[in-house]
Design a protein around this ligand. Structure first.
Ligand code: ADP
Ligand code: MG
Length: 219
């Protein structure tokens, strides 16, 4: 298994007291597998992705990636994990405004020490970004910005890509095209994909669908 989440629990403190969001999550992803995660708004999908991405820690349970328990890592270990083994794609594109498209795409791969000019050229070509390389994020449409964000993530060929409603800010046709690119390029990169989406139509394109309900994964 590439990713094993076992008995994951997570609560948040609120003014009204703690609320349990995740109550015993069990989820496995094989290398290069694509899994759609759906569930009602507020069910904890983003919380789960944050935990798997090392952005937050669970209250209980284990998260094992490539045989390593990331719950046992200290802050710098988790920062290293985020840099080298996982790629995150969000609904907000989170591009760096002061860098042009080319620099945005190579930024993470360079940080991770995995810059590969040939692979990056291939990505740029497939994502249709050839003529946009010297533009800045504010000069791009939403669909173009998300294609840059996907290029940036896949440039480092992370074993695991976590995508949280990546097409949520795009119209349906643009979102479909962007998702198709993300699926085919993740496959080429050999990355596993855990994708949060509200759309059953998009979820159907992946290897497998799981649902988050009542703090647990149901298939
Ligand atoms: P989803 O992505 O499925 O819509 P989230 O994981 O974002 O759900 O949120 C799950 C629940 O946890 C929601 O009720 C949300 O309001 C709550 N929540 C999320 N983050 C926090 C936080 N930092 N503090 C308190 N409550 C939170
Ligand atoms: Mg969410």
């Amino acid at each position: 298994m590439l990713l094993s989440l076992s008995n994951i629990a997570k609560s948040y403190q609120t003014a009204e007291g703690p609320i349990d969001i995740l109550r015993g999550i069990e989820l496995n992803l094989a290398a290069a597998e694509s899994v759609a995660l759906t569930g009602e708004s507020g069910s904890g999908k983003s919380t789960l992705l944050h935990l798997a991405g090392g952005l937050d820690r669970p209250d209980g349970g284990t998260i094992v990636i490539n045989g390593r328990d990331i719950g046992a890592l200290d802050d710098s270990g988790r920062a290293r994990y985020r840099r080298s083994e996982v790629g995150l794609v969000f609904q907000q594109f989170n591009l760096i405004p002061s860098l042009d498209v080319a620099a945005n795409i190579s930024f993470h791969a360079k940080l991770a020490g995995r810059f590969d000019a040939d692979w990056e050229r291939e990505l740029v070509e497939h994502l249709g970004l050839d003529r946009l390389l010297t533009r800045y994020p504010e000069q791009l449409s939403g669909g173009q910005q998300q294609r840059v964000a996907i290029g940036r993530t896949l440039a480092a060929r992370p074993p695991l890509v976590l995508a949280d409603e990546p097409t949520g800010n795009l119209d349906e046709a643009t979102g479909d095209a962007v998702l198709d690119l993300m699926l085919s390029l993740s496959r080429t990169a050999g990355s596993a994909l855990l994708l949060v989406t509200h759309s059953m139509r998009l979820a159907d394109k992946l290897n497998r669908k799981v649902f988050l309900r009542g703090g647990k994964i149901v298939s």
